[in-house]
Design a protein around this ligand. Structure first.
Ligand SMILES: *[C@@H]1O[C@H](CO)[C@@H](O)[C@H](O)[C@H]1NC(C)=O
Ligand SMILES: *[C@@H]1O[C@H](CO)[C@@H](O)[C@H](O)[C@H]1NC(C)=O
Ligand SMILES: *[C@@H]1O[C@H](CO)[C@@H](O)[C@H](O)[C@H]1NC(C)=O
Ligand SMILES: *[C@@H]1O[C@H](CO)[C@@H](O)[C@H](O)[C@H]1NC(C)=O
Ligand SMILES: *[C@@H]1O[C@H](CO)[C@@H](O)[C@H](O)[C@H]1NC(C)=O
Ligand SMILES: *[C@@H]1O[C@H](CO)[C@@H](O)[C@H](O)[C@H]1NC(C)=O
Ligand SMILES: *[C@@H]1O[C@H](CO)[C@@H](O)[C@H](O)[C@H]1NC(C)=O
Ligand SMILES: *[C@@H]1O[C@H](CO)[C@@H](O)[C@H](O)[C@H]1NC(C)=O
Ligand SMILES: *[C@@H]1O[C@H](CO)[C@@H](O)[C@H](O)[C@H]1NC(C)=O
Ligand SMILES: *[C@@H]1O[C@H](CO)[C@@H](O)[C@H](O)[C@H]1NC(C)=O
Ligand SMILES: *[C@@H]1O[C@H](CO)[C@@H](O)[C@H](O)[C@H]1NC(C)=O
Ligand SMILES: *[C@@H]1O[C@H](CO)[C@@H](O)[C@H](O)[C@H]1NC(C)=O
Ligand SMILES: [Cu+2]
Length: 574
């Protein structure tokens, strides 16, 4: 469908404005991050947020636009902002992870993020990339087609961001500090939220419910984002079904489903047709979490919003049934059912010749307790930790330079080393549940290691979950690149069996892959952007524990493929 109401609306808006038929705009915003007191559940809590709002501002751009965000840090915390899923082609200094592509913006300081949004459309988001700060500093980043282009599906009547968050009746920065101090799991959240609101199923929260008013027979494009810190989510709307049309700002073949499964870091664009009886219907989300709830406390709560049909007099919305918290089959089924839209806008074919093969184990582990006169809260009195290929990542704080700055100056000594292994140091039965308490496997050294890639090389990575301490579904996010998800499976990856399962034709394109509980995922991408690109689990507590590594992509042969000089206002205290 080439013409649409929406593109007609844009065309009219363009005629009405004085701008010429140039398809790119420069959008400029000033964001102040500062303390604000907000009412959630039964409490008033002081948080630090962008321009006083939770979630922060929704950014609306068209593909091709330039975004300029002046970030002013008037909060008491170190701040950086990451533009999750933005490719940052030759704007590496705007990516945001602290100590990786920049030093933190200190309290009282500012930094301007400046980049073009090109070669991608759909729903992305932005969030703080410093400790647990993203529980407060996050929002939607919506990329629509350029003027004159349309969606590869019928234009919706209306578009609605659905941003899931996680709320603590506490200072979330202190929640993290306490977990680090005692080496255990962070206190679980008090609520999940939809667009900042927990919904009616919590104490004192009846008037804190997101409401979506719909017109019967119309189609709505839900732009769903999981910005929760530590939990995957199941999402349903009573009596309604969805058609998924994009994930992670990459178009998919239409996929009809009555449930959305979404890991932290991921997005799903889904069409919702209001084709039920006029009435009101709950939308609801709860955790997908395979950990044993009798050992690790579970955030066992449900956030709700209400879909209200125009003309409805109903005061008792219908409630959908959500799966059990450990329903891995439902999660795997959703992820396996999505395929990329070959030939659609910004479709990228799978690169065929692989230059670099990596096999990376990911999982939880232990570190030695450093508390004086006390034992830590982790298993056997140890500190919880996490690693990739048995290396537990430490952000290079206090080393003078960010990793990208060290790369730019060719002066990496004391900041990072180039010996991240291509394979785990030890071959073992990665997913055998009986290794859960094997102390030989549990302890990984702390380090700041990168894997160096030639410019424009094609990289294939097998992410293999381990069952050390406990198997989990880890959502692995790569900065700076989209990748194809070639396959996923349960148990240990075995090339001779599993390569035949690769989808090299129409795989989904993502920036965050949910590596199955007790299983593996294979991804492939082309390293076409020089710089330092973080790879990490998007469960924020796992980042704290070290489930991170980075790629160092070498410069290419031309000025256009060489890391540019840093902007003059780049924060310099690392
Ligand atoms: C902001 O809130 C934090 C935490 O409640 C507090 O420590 C700090 O003093 C506050 N800062 C300002 C400027 O109010
Ligand atoms: C961003 O877009 C502007 C306007 O199209 C262009 O002049 C500029 O070179 C682009 N910047 C980068 C880094 O591609
Ligand atoms: C309000 O939040 C504080 C922590 O900030 C907590 O100690 C207290 O129990 C909360 N009160 C209620 C009613 O939830
Ligand atoms: C919700 O109700 C509480 C009292 O139950 C009140 O203090 C609060 O201001 C209300 N919030 C809104 C957003 O109306
Ligand atoms: C509503 O639309 C969905 C497609 O989104 C379709 O599967 C379903 O049959 C429709 N229901 C009715 C009552 O028309
Ligand atoms: C899911 O959890 C329930 C307890 O809540 C347990 O009885 C069941 O065995 C678990 N299922 C799986 C597949 O782990
Ligand atoms: C640990 O115990 C020793 C001896 O009882 C005491 O001197 C020291 O102050 C304690 N340290 C801490 C951090 O409590
Ligand atoms: C980077 O520095 C090393 C020595 O530290 C030197 O061998 C190498 O040639 C330098 N590379 C570049 C691109 O300047
Ligand atoms: C732990 O795993 C290693 C590697 O597979 C194995 O050699 C060792 O026997 C295991 N230890 C225990 C106690 O099971
Ligand atoms: C690995 O462990 C699983 C689960 O215990 C078992 O079924 C499988 O046979 C083991 N694989 C090997 C190669 O030992
Ligand atoms: C990267 O490689 C692809 C082929 O795999 C090629 O089409 C493209 O031009 C290369 N890009 C650069 C900047 O060299
Ligand atoms: C904030 O950043 C500065 C500079 O990198 C660092 O010294 C300080 O420890 C950081 N503060 C926190 C709470 O991480
Ligand atoms: Cu993880």
């Amino acid at each position: 469908m080439r013409t649409s109401l929406l593109s007609l609306a844009w065309a009219l808006a363009l005629l009405a404005s004085s701008s010429s038929l140039v398809s790119a705009d420069v959008l400029e915003y000033t964001w102040e991050v500062a303390n604000v007191t907000i009412q959630r559940l039964c409490n008033e809590t002081v948080i630090a947020a962008v321009n006083g709002s939770l979630p922060g501002p929704t950014i609306n751009v068209r593909e091709g636009d330039t975004l300029v965000v002046h970030a002013i840090n008037n909060s008491p915390y170190n701040l950086t902002i990451h533009w999750h899923g933005i490719l940052q082609l030759m704007t590496q200094w705007a990516d945001g992870p602290e100590y990786v592509t920049q030093c933190p913006i200190l309290s009282g300081e500012r930094y301007t993020y400046r980049f073009n949004v090109t070669e991608q459309e759909g729903t992305l988001w932005w969030h703080a990339h410093s400790s647990f700060f993203r529980a407060w500093v996050y929002g939607a980043l919506i990329i629509r087609p350029r003027l004159g282009n349309s969606y590869p599906f019928p234009a919706p009547y209306q578009e609605v961001p659905i941003v899931f968050g996680e709320w603590w009746n506490a200072n979330v920065m202190e929640v993290e500090e306490e977990a680090i101090e005692f080496g255990g799991t962070p206190t679980i959240s008090d609520a999940f939220t939809i667009n900042g609101l927990p919904g009616a199923l919590y104490n004192c929260s009846q008037n804190q419910t997101f409401q979506l008013e719909v017109q019967q027979a119309e189609t709505y494009l839900l732009r769903i984002i999981n910005a929760a810190l530590n939990e995957h989510l199941f999402f349903r709307i009573a009596s309604h079904t969805f058609t998924v049309v994009a994930v992670d700002a990459a178009y998919t073949n239409p996929y009809a489903t009555d449930i959305i499964v979404i890991a932290p870091g991921q997005t799903v664009d889904a069409l919702l047709i209001a084709n039920q009886t006029v009435g009101s219907y709950y939308m609801a989300a709860s955790a997908y979490n395979t950990l044993n709830a009798s050992v690790v406390p579970l955030a066992d709560t449900t956030t709700t919003g209400i879909v209200v049909y125009n003309g409805s007099t109903s005061t008792t919305p219908l409630m959908p049934t959500l799966p059990a918290h450990n329903d891995t089959q439902t999660a795997n089924n959703f992820y396996l059912s999505i395929t990329g839209l070959v030939g659609g806008p910004h479709w990228v074919p799978v690169p065929q010749d692989v230059d670099e093969h990596m096999f990376i184990t990911i999982g939880i582990g232990l570190d030695f307790c450093t508390l004086q006169n006390a034992t830590c809260e982790g298993p056997n009195g140890n500190r919880l930790s996490a690693s990739m290929n048995n290396e537990s990542f430490v952000f290079p704080r206090g080393r003078g330079f960010s990793m990208l700055d060290a790369f730019y100056r060719n002066s990496t000594s004391g900041v990072y080393t180039r010996d991240f292994p291509d394979e785990p140091p030890l071959v073992f039965n990665y997913t055998d549940p009986s290794i859960n308490n094997n102390m030989t496997l549990a302890f990984a050294p702390k380090s700041t290691k990168v894997k160096t890639l030639k410019f424009n090389s094609t990289v294939q990575v097998v992410f293999q979950n381990t069952a050390i301490l406990a198997a989990e579904n880890h959502p692995m996010h790569i900065h700076g690149f989209n990748f194809h998800v070639l396959a996923q499976g349960t148990g240990n990856y075995n090339a001779s069996n599993d390569e035949s399962k690769f989808n090299l034709n129409d795989p989904q394109i993502r920036n965050t892959v949910a590596v199955p509980f007790g299983g593996w995922s294979v991804i492939r991408f082309q390293a076409n952007n020089p710089g330092i690109w973080l790879v990490h689990c998007h469960l924020e507590n796992h980042v704290t524990w070290g489930l991170t590594m980075a790629f160092e992509v070498e410069n290419g042969p031309t000025t256009e493929t060489t890391l540019p000089a840093p902007p003059a206002d780049l924060p310099t205290r690392c």
